[in-house]
Design a binder for this molecule. Sequence first.
Ligand code: FAD
Length: 523
Amino acid sequence: MQSKTRVLIVGGGFGGVFTARHLSKLGGKNLEIVLISDTNYFVFQPLLPEVAAGTINAQDAVTPLRALLPNVRVRLGEVTGADFPARTVQILQGRRRIPQELPYDHLIIASGQITNLAMFPGFEHHSMTMRTLADAFRLRNHVINCLELADVTRYRTIKRQALSFVVAGGGFSGVETIGEMVEMVHKALRFYPNVRKDELSFVLVQRGERILPEMPKRLSRYAQQHLSRCGVEIRLHTGIRSATVNGVRLESGELIPTMTAVTTIGNGPSAFVDRLRLPMSRGKINVTRQLHVAGYDNIWALGDTALIPLSDGSDPPYAPPTAQATVREARLLACNLVASLHGSAEHAFKYHSKGMLASLGNYTGVAQIAGMTFTGLFAWLLWRAMYIGMLPGCSTRLRVALNWLFDYFVPRTIVQIGLPSGGGTRYAHYDAGDLLFAKGEVVQGLAVIVSGAVELRRRDEEGEPYCRHYHAGEFFGAKMIDNNNMTTGEVTAIEDSVVLFLKPDDFNRLRDSIPAVRDFVGR
Ligand SMILES: Cc1cc2nc3c(=O)[nH]c(=O)nc-3n(C[C@H](O)[C@H](O)[C@H](O)COP(=O)(O)OP(=O)(O)OC[C@H]3O[C@@H](n4cnc5c(N)ncnc54)[C@H](O)[C@@H]3O)c2cc1C
């Protein structure tokens, strides 16, 4: 019996989910489709600003991948690398994140992009992004926290910082994020008697000459006028330089005092994509118009992570990083992959935008569809109709529609669900004989023996067996953290023990900033 062709898809976003759906229809029983995602749900990113604004509940904006893809094997895990000659990918999964190798015949990379905050000093620690469900959830809670603080503080500077909200980036996600934030804060004000509307400040920072540059000038102008009327100060031709606890510093040197900086710029490749060492330009993987990764017949890429050339001389020269384009790439990729298995002709990707829509908050939007432009309430309704149509799964559509309906009639909640921070350390209890970890696992951090004793067994540099006992007050793990964060031996508790783990990132921060720690544990 002929074995099935194994297709591995990395990423459970628009690219991964829609490709898997088309493949499971086209490929029938001849394909074994495995989709690996680091979350077990699909998130409709265009709705994230509404989640951040509390219009839609976080849980209602997402759909479980297993419900969306009944004929696909869904695996929760993080893909960390690939061995192209061996046709395998490396994946971390499970509670102990034990590395596994998964074989493939065809590999599809649909892992999107990340927001690279390292580009701007301080932004990693003092700004938020708007890309995942957690980002939207965090922003919503943070904004409510700022209002609570502003309501009780006696200090003018603190109040000013708490009531100032800055968004960097005037593209779709930046504009939609600030529009929703304005609406949310204004609607919440009636619960905060000590906060006046004229004390609020919203700033949208855009390097270019207009916001929503992808849209016709008329719509950009309309969006700008609408946001200004709602109290947003739009800073055009302005770059951001850095962020501190006190605010956002612009390239001009001016400081905007704020506790809330949201970044929607600086998109770049994830560490996983960087590690693949595939041909890349503009931070994306170079692919052919048939969606093969340049130079590979059985590796494909699509969506935000892929640089897809459109026909010669077209404007834009590459497929845009939008959900709309990605969904169409997914259909083509599935057809081409099946065609390649049958030895049939593959087709080139062609793209004509069906239209562009943006919500500006306060029941107002801008839209360009079939060459016509719309503004105001009608454009906003079009925006909602189009996105409800794009949402995968009937139950998600229904839940989002009900959320919208409730939002119209019922006041938004200002409940602040602050998740307790896990901290950088944790205690773990072991009975004598319990395994702390085996060789080749992802290291949990620097381990300090609080009580009891553990035994390390490994091979030394000469390959000889090596054994060492660690007792209360002793620690180990620094070398493993340096060694690619992988364990080099097996550690077992030889007495009932309590071990304190300090996360690798936190340990590295301490070691990098406190010379005494560095001298004590070594580098
Ligand atoms: C706030 C916001 C608003 C937007 N609004 C619009 C809009 O109005 N209209 C529009 O057309 N587009 C919009 N977009 C753009 C659109 O959402 C993206 O173009 C689209 O999501 C790209 O799909 P993708 O599959 O390439 O990536 P994503 O949707 O980002 O999916 C990537 C997936 O891969 C997973 N992943 C990443 N790395 C790994 C790994 N190593 N192992 C396992 N899984 C991994 C991620 O968790 C994620 O699930 C918006 C984007 C944002 C952020």
